[in-house]
Design a protein. Structure first.
Length: 163
């Protein structure tokens, strides 16, 4: 055997690489499956009409001003901020629940009491909120909405944030 060749018994040719592929391939397939869900635009839906109609698949986007009005109603939506705790502390919509998108799958049980309610999900720009909606949808939550323009739109409308 030459000094440049690698023997089948060499540590670099062991099952380590194959084991890595076994872990990487499912992650890659999941990422590919998420691409269409993350790329899709949320169709606008009037949340009040959806809630009144009682549709099981109420979903869509809610404008910042509409959400502000909706929060004043007798049965307001649950507001879910999926940004990091640091971003949340820097300013969030009053009454929002903070569950970072990275923990949404493991902490969705915290939302179990709200399963029949409208839930408006937001982040900074939308990517994390889309992911969170995707996870929650697959866990049986059906009344999911996104804040149109997310927290940036809320700020642009100069709507109140709390620390």
């Amino acid at each position: 055997m030459t000094s440049g060749s690698v023997s089948p018994y060499h540590p670099r040719s062991s099952g380590v690489v194959r084991g890595s592929c076994r872990r990487t391939l499912p992650c890659l397939l999941l990422a590919l499956a998420l691409v269409p869900a993350l790329a899709a635009d949320d169709p606008p839906v009037q949340p009040r009409a959806a809630a009144t109609a009682g549709s099981e698949a109420a979903s869509g986007s809610v404008s910042a001003t509409r959400l502000q009005d909706w929060l004043r109603e007798p049965r307001p939506p649950v507001v879910l901020d999926v940004r990091s705790p640091k971003e949340f502390r820097a300013g969030h919509i009053r009454g929002a629940i903070n569950i970072p998108h990275t923990a949404i799958g493991s902490r969705s049980g915290e939302l179990a009491d709200y399963a029949g309610r409208d839930i408006v999900v937001y982040c900074e720009t939308g990517l994390r909120a889309r992911y969170a909606r995707w996870v929650l949808d697959r866990q049986g939550f059906t009344r999911l909405h996104s804040l149109d323009g997310h927290i940036r739109a809320w700020r642009e409308h100069k709507l109140p944030l709390v620390p």
